[in-house]
Design a protein around this ligand. Structure first.
Ligand SMILES: [Zn+2]
Length: 126
């Protein structure tokens, strides 16, 4: 068991976790030092973005006739949300073989913007 510890200031709290990784994550999420608070905000924003992404991608959108994407695509984009939140990438565009694309990017003030677009084409030949 590992004692929870903040990865920024090293403060420990009296909680134990199975793995060192989890102990550091939980310790940092519970700490109130300035860096930990900034980190907590970032994690909360990433969490909110993942919920929006789930809503946007894993449900059929009957109004716009847009189908849900496969779970594996969603999982890939969830990892990308973390990379954006951690400021390792600032945007990603994923072209979907099933049609359309998903854009995600870091917006102003630490926001994360998500956009799914599907090109509508109505072509007829007679
Ligand atoms: Zn701390």
């Amino acid at each position: 068991m590992e004692l929870a510890v903040c990865k920024f200031c090293g403060q420990t709290i009296a909680e134990e976790y199975e793995t060192k990784e989890k102990a550091i994550e939980e310790g940092t999420m519970a700490c109130s030092c300035a860096q930990a608070r900034a980190y907590q905000q970032l994690r909360e924003r990433a969490q909110a973005a993942k919920l929006e992404l789930r809503d946007m991608l894993l449900k059929d959108d009957d109004v716009h006739n847009v189908k849900a994407v496969e779970q594996v695509i969603f999982d890939f984009l969830v990892s990308a949300v973390d990379l954006i939140a951690e400021d390792k990438i600032y945007k990603i565009t994923l072209g979907l073989s099933s049609g359309g694309k998903v854009d995600m990017k870091a917006g102003s003030g630490g926001k994360i913007s998500l956009k799914r677009s599907v090109a509508l084409t109505n072509k007829r030949e007679v």
